[in-house]
Design a protein around this ligand. Sequence first.
Ligand code: ADP
Ligand code: 5GP
Length: 208
Amino acid sequence: MVDDLLLLIISSPSGAGKTTLTRDLLVQFPDLTFSVSHTTRKPRANEQDGKDYHFIDRARFDALVAADAFVEWAEVHGNCYGTSAEEIERAKRDQRRGIVFDIDYQGARQIKAVRPDAVSVFVLPPSMDALKERLRGRASDDEATIERRFSNARREIEHYGLFDYVLVNDQLEQAKLRIRSIVVAERVRRPRMARQAEALLRQNRTLG
Ligand code: ADP
Ligand code: 5GP
């Protein structure tokens, strides 16, 4: 079954640019919404609770897991992250055409297992040196955090085979065009257009 609501998963090793690309998609396609994850990670200086993440402590996170509130969750770089079922319900209630998940490969695998129609994109950096530079350039994490994220990058890239699309974020404008193209193409997949085609078939068949 392909739902009308496009479930779009974007993953990458930390620093490859998925937040940058996700922000661009949300500007380009105002009928998409962002899935706000829950996390036990501490907020960065520029992050807002309820907008970038729902920042919660470990006890609250464990309680949500026990209550079966998450469609997927995983431990990433030493913190817990999860997508609540409520985020998808919110997108439906607000009559959005799609929802974007910025989640890691473990989460992508879990969502694909229950929703094979979800579309997944893996973003690669142009090189490992460029990845290191971008992690440092973000200037929001300390050196130990950067080291940890960089040393996890190889394991994350090893999972590129789980994804439907793989793109390299080298020239930013080109990467933006590629990811926008994925959204445009996925929206006209036949199952997502079936409702519209069927509506035409129900309309008046006579000329006069
Ligand atoms: P992620 O969400 O994957 O961790 P971000 O989107 O936060 O990555 O990007 C990491 C850093 O790299 C940010 O400072 C961002 O501005 C920068 N960046 C993103 N894409 C590019 C690109 N194509 N070229 C150069 N720098 C980039
Ligand atoms: P960051 O701490 O840089 O915001 O995110 C670290 C990693 O956690 C990224 O790979 C990001 O995609 C992933 N992540 C964020 N939210 C979720 C989530 O809800 N579930 C999973 N599985 N991963 C997430």
